[in-house]
Ligand binder design. Sequence first.
Ligand SMILES: Cc1ncc(COP(=O)(O)O)c(C=O)c1O
Length: 390
Amino acid sequence: MQRFQSALHHLKEAGLYRRMRSMGSASAPRVNVDGRSLVMCAANNYLGLVDDDRLREGAIDAIHRYGTGASGARLITGTTDLHLHLEQALAELKQTEAAIVLNTGYMANLAALSTLVGAGDVIFSDELNHASIIDGCRLSKAAVVVYRHNDMDDLRHKLENYATTGQRLIVTDGVFSMDGDVADLPAITDLAQAYDAWVMVDDAHATGVFGEHGGGTADHYGLPADSIHIQVGTLSKALACEGGFIAGSTVLIDYLRNRARPFIFSTALSPPVIGAALRAVEIVSAEPQRRKRLHALAQRLRKGLSEVGLQVIPGEAPIVPIVIGDPERTLEYSRRLEHHGVFATAIRPPTVPPGTSRIRLTLMATHADEDIEQIIDACTKAGKELGVIS
Ligand SMILES: Cc1ncc(COP(=O)(O)O)c(C=O)c1O
């Protein structure tokens, strides 16, 4: 135990020790934390559906019909008609032939990468890809070539120089979770065609948020769905539930059903989660105004923060990161934001590269205009108090 104690001590010294906060209410625009009402700016509840009564009803109806747990893995007793309907609805949302639901987005990335490529294949992975992609790459046993973030010249160079007789796969986040920028998918799909590579996109932060129909990054760029071979998503962010999925061709999904260990060897998601997710997918298609509102709010926030001189990473997503640099200072910034009525978390290494610790602000379609003004005001006050801006 001594080794863990000293490791924890080092984390504390470096400002990298993590604590959990207990939320006293749903992650809605206003949350109750330790008895105080704060503007929530740290949740991935992009469309504001986490406390929507239609999702609640979907969960409750499913409990009435099927009970609280799935009681078995998907291939044994864990599949209900709700699971099948959800997979069909996700395939429609993604404009693919089929989809498979897994227990988390994390598991979806592990399942896709560890099942679809292996020894002898080469994965080309953006340096800022999510941890679950990195872990999936490790599990796959394929060779991994990391290219510079969203740098298409570097990707081309690496595709050209890395000879293989196996399969090539380019993998990227659709929207980068900690930076809020969007992958250059048109260029990636062109390169994939030129170098005979498959493309895998993790649209955890884009599904429901980007694209005319909420289909994600491919929908945003108007790319044909079949130019992206593997589309990963999560039910835990805009869809306000829990779980992950992979969408693609019928044969790909059928293969995953038969071979993906994270799918085969884990109990299925519980009926209430699936019931709620089904309602969320319906709302994504039926209520595009939520996406419109969300993007308008994000634009207003980016503009307001930049105007007071804060260093905001440019991007299009409702993820607005203010780079502070030092982890301790970033933690202090988040404490001061809380003091000024805004809940936002400090993001530090290893989640982001050393020297780029940041406050990651995330918005919801249900934030009020006044909430955005309060966030800008709190960020300005905290920035001045800490000498980040003058
Ligand atoms: C880009 C990305 N992929 C995958 C995941 C994992 O999804 P989940 O939370 O459903 O496991 C996350 C975040 O949690 C993410 O940001």
